[in-house]
Design a protein. Structure first.
Length: 320
């Protein structure tokens, strides 16, 4: 399609040298295979062959990529450049979100969300909506819930607060916390004073004591510890200033009796009464806690010191 020619401050559209419109437009915009010619009261859409696609007496308010917002009698809607009506013309405001390719609509101070293909995925009944990477947070009468982008309500609208994390969703009601997955499964009931999401599981706090759950809702560490820390190799727990280790299947592999614990590829280094030892990751003692020092080299060689200031000897399985 040829570009436009101006005369008397108005624009006409030509295609292959043939004039296909009168000089009545103020502006044009092209995208893909379509051209929109418009003025203050109407617009016309042509395809690349000059064929008339759509002509409407509507005001164009704004453009968003290959969409545009129109208005009539104070109400707004949205069209696609190919002439498809995406959002009906009945809203007080219509905004296209570039990041998530969703359309936020407002009517009578209530909000909803359309997908880019014109599907209503969040009904227009909420006081606020916020788009996130994987879901849509909604608020109604001070309560919050969560929709997926396919329009499924995955967290019911009954919570005081909702916090989104990569691993899951924290829900809060009456100052207590629980957890949902992004597929809408309740992982943890609302009975905890606090929760923390980790890659390997969820730590929970209740009455100033800590425990842990897996993402299928199985308790893997009882709620009886002063502190817990997640590592790739396992969960370190602390009680009365003594440390132990749980595996991610809920097995206590190192009893809570050590002053310090460190994780290495070669095993778990433990300290008790200033003496050092090493456990395997299945909870077996590799080196008993009777050495004044243990040094693990960058290449994974274990060197043992039997007495303070004494020589180091390379550990071999036969020494144990």
């Amino acid at each position: 399609m040829e570009k436009t020619f101006k005369t008397r401050s108005k624009i006409a559209v030509f295609c292959n040298g043939k004039q296909i419109s009168t000089y009545k437009f103020d502006n044009i915009r092209e995208i893909n295979d379509y051209l929109i010619a418009y003025n203050s009261t109407s617009f016309t859409i042509y395809d690349s062959n000059g064929n008339l696609v759509l002509c409407k007496k509507l005001i164009i308010e704004s453009f968003f990529n290959d969409y545009f917002v129109v208005s009539k009698n104070g109400y707004k809607g949205m069209y696609k450049f190919d002439g498809t009506l995406i959002v009906p013309i009945k809203f007080d405001d219509v905004v296209f979100n570039y990041n998530y390719k969703k359309i936020l609509v407002k009517k009578d101070k209530l909000y909803g969300v359309y997908s880019h293909d014109g599907t209503l995925i969040v009904p227009i009944e909420f006081d606020d909506v916020v788009l996130y990477d994987d879901s849509i947070l909604v608020e109604k009468n001070t309560f919050s819930g969560l929709y997926s982008y396919d329009g499924t309500l995955i967290v019911p609208i009954e919570f005081d607060n909702i916090y989104l994390y990569e691993e899951g969703i924290e829900i809060i009601k009456d100052l207590l916390s629980g957890a949902y997955s992004y597929n809408g499964t309740l992982i943890l009931p609302i009975e905890f004073d606090g929760i923390d999401f980790n890659k390997e599981g969820i730590s929970v706090e209740k009455d100033n004591l800590w425990g842990a759950y897996s993402y299928d809702g199985t308790r893997i560490v009882p709620i009886e510890f002063d502190d817990i820390d997640f590592y790739n190799e396992g969960i370190r727990v602390e009680k009365d200033n003594l440390l132990g280790v749980y595996s991610y299947d809920g097995t206590l592999i190192i009893s809570v009796e050590f002053d310090d614990i460190d994780f290495y590829n070669e095993g778990i280094k433990v300290t008790k009464d200033d003496l050092f030892g090493i456990y395997s990751y299945d909870g077996t003692f590799i080196v008993p806690a009777e050495f004044t020092d243990i040094f693990i080299t960058k290449t994974g060689i274990i060197e043992l010191q039997k007495v303070e200031n004494g020589p180091y000897e390379v550990y071999t399985p036969q020494q144990n």
